[in-house]
Ligand binder design. Structure first.
Ligand SMILES: Nc1ncnc2c1ncn2[C@@H]1O[C@H](COP(=O)(O)OP(=O)(O)O)[C@@H](O)[C@H]1O
Ligand SMILES: [Mg+2]
Length: 430
């Protein structure tokens, strides 16, 4: 038997906890390290799983000393910053795109121009890089456009304006560097699309792709999709609102042309290509954005519905020889409910004790993924905006939802916020 794999996961959120747990369940894995991790990614190994442990330090330094068989990069910022390139220079295999390929997420202007070059279905947009160009650009839209800062803004750089005046002032704040610094130095004005949103993830090796089941996120803080946008308050997969034929269409019209286009332009894409799509009434998928890494909290449901050897999938993709049959879609459904701290998505208080974690994790079909948590004097306390993601898994979407909320109802901490309507609309629409 060949030696088992050592895997290093970079990041410390719910996505990284879910990835680490899923990788630890892979038969080919001997150990998983998470840098920096959180309170959920340390502790004794569960039966039949590889151990998961936290490591601290700078990602490249940690990779150098650990010499893992694979580094899986969770968040977008280190990828856009060239971590995959630096690992490649030291012959350390990395699942995640190069800096050049990560521009699909790191620059919304790059993404839009790429989409235009390759005929991808997306919203019409105009680029503005100086306040003097703003009025003529605004005049090209009959309805108030969506305003997007070019660079990474941690999910806060998009304003869906309800009036031309709001679009104007949002764009000016960005262009003057007041809203997002250099990330807002260029701005996109984009035609507003109507419909519902779907997240499609594809694991890519530079040439071939494996499309994972379609998921749906809930971005607003409040029930019924009200209040400000967040990093995501809950997800479910697969969504019954699209079918397999639709997913193939996304693969053929969006994912494959993108992977081919990136290869043709000399910047092949290896890693997860995560398409944020709008589905209008006619069902034709329209690209809102690309992300170049797993979604958070999409990962907390995708890892629960995909069977097989996840480590083999990611290692083979990183090596440019995708083993697409190493992972397949189960018949299970999963729902993840995010528990957020008081004040989120604004500034939050940290250090509140969290109760009931053991009881929730002990329920059948429930997994609790940590995000903003840390250990303090033997107990687990809050340390971020999104604190936990409680995933319920079941034979039906309704059962998965019921289990997720059973798990949620075991847990409490001061000021805990959650939405009670995760997956509710999909269940009604059936
Ligand atoms: N063209 C558009 N029409 C309607 N809504 C949009 C459009 N573009 C973005 N949005 C909304 O804004 C959200 C954030 O935009 P997105 O492009 O995904 O940027 P980011 O995730 O980087 O903040 C989307 O999930 C969607 O709800
Ligand atoms: Mg988005």
């Amino acid at each position: 038997m060949p030696e088992k794999r050592k895997i290093l996961v970079i990041g410390g959120g719910g996505r990284e906890h879910a990835l680490a747990q899923r990788l630890a369940r892979s038969a080919s894995v001997g150990g998983v390290w998470v840098c920096p991790g959180n309170a959920g990614t340390e502790g004794p190994a569960a039966e039949g799983r590889a151990s998961v442990a936290n490591v601290s330090g700078e990602a490249l330094e940690v990779a150098r000393s650990l010499r893992p068989d694979l580094v899986v990069v969770g968040p977008e910022a280190p990828l856009c910053d060239g971590l995959a390139d630096r690992l490649a220079a030291e012959d350390i295999p990395c699942f995640g795109p190069t800096r050049a390929a990560a521009r699909l997420e790191g620059s919304k202007v790059f993404m839009k121009r790429f989409a235009e070059r390759h005929g991808l279905p997306t919203a019409r947009a105009v680029v503005v890089d100086d306040p003097s160009q703003l009025e003529p650009a605004l005049a090209q839209f009959e309805q108030p456009p969506v305003v997007k800062a070019d660079g990474l803004c941690a999910g806060k750089g998009v304003i869906v304006a309800s009036s031309p005046q709001q679009a104007r002032s949002a764009a000016l704040d960005m262009l003057r560097g007041e809203a997002f610094g250099s990330a807002g130095a260029r701005v996109l004005l984009e035609e507003r699309l109507e419909g519902f949103e779907v997240s499609v993830h594809a694991v890519c090796d530079g040439e071939r792709v494996l499309v994972l089941p379609a998921a749906q996120d809930h971005k607003r803080i409040g029930e019924g999709d009200t209040g400000p946008n967040t990093g995501g308050m809950g997800t479910f997969a697969p969504t019954p609102r699209v079918d397999d034929a639709w997913l193939l269409r996304v693969r053929d019209e969006l994912i494959l042309p993108t992977v081919r286009g990136m290869a043709d332009e000399g910047t092949p894409f290896r890693g997860v290509l995560f398409a944020g799509l709008m589905v209008p009434r006619d069902g034709a998928p329209r690209l809102l954005e690309f992300n170049v890494r797993f979604g958070d909290p999409e990962t907390q449901v995708l890892t629960a519905v995909a069977d097989g050897d996840f480590a083999e999938l990611l290692c083979s993709a990183a090596g440019g020889r995708l083993a697409a049959d190493s992972v397949w879609c189960s018949t299970r459904h999963a729902v993840c409910v995010v528990l957020a701290a008081a004040g989120y998505p604004g500034p939050v208080r940290a250090g509140d004790a969290i109760f009931g974690l053991g009881a929730a994790a002990g329920l059948e079909g429930v997994e609790v993924f940590h995000a903003g948590t840390r250990r303090e004097a033997g107990s687990v306390v809050t340390s971020g905006g999104r604190v936990l993601g409680v995933t319920g898994v079941g034979a039906t979407l309704a059962q998965a939802q019921a289990r997720a909320y059973e798990g949620v109802d075991c847990i409490r901490f001061e000021g805990m916020q959650l939405r009670r309507d995760i997956a509710a609309r999909a269940l009604c629409a059936r």
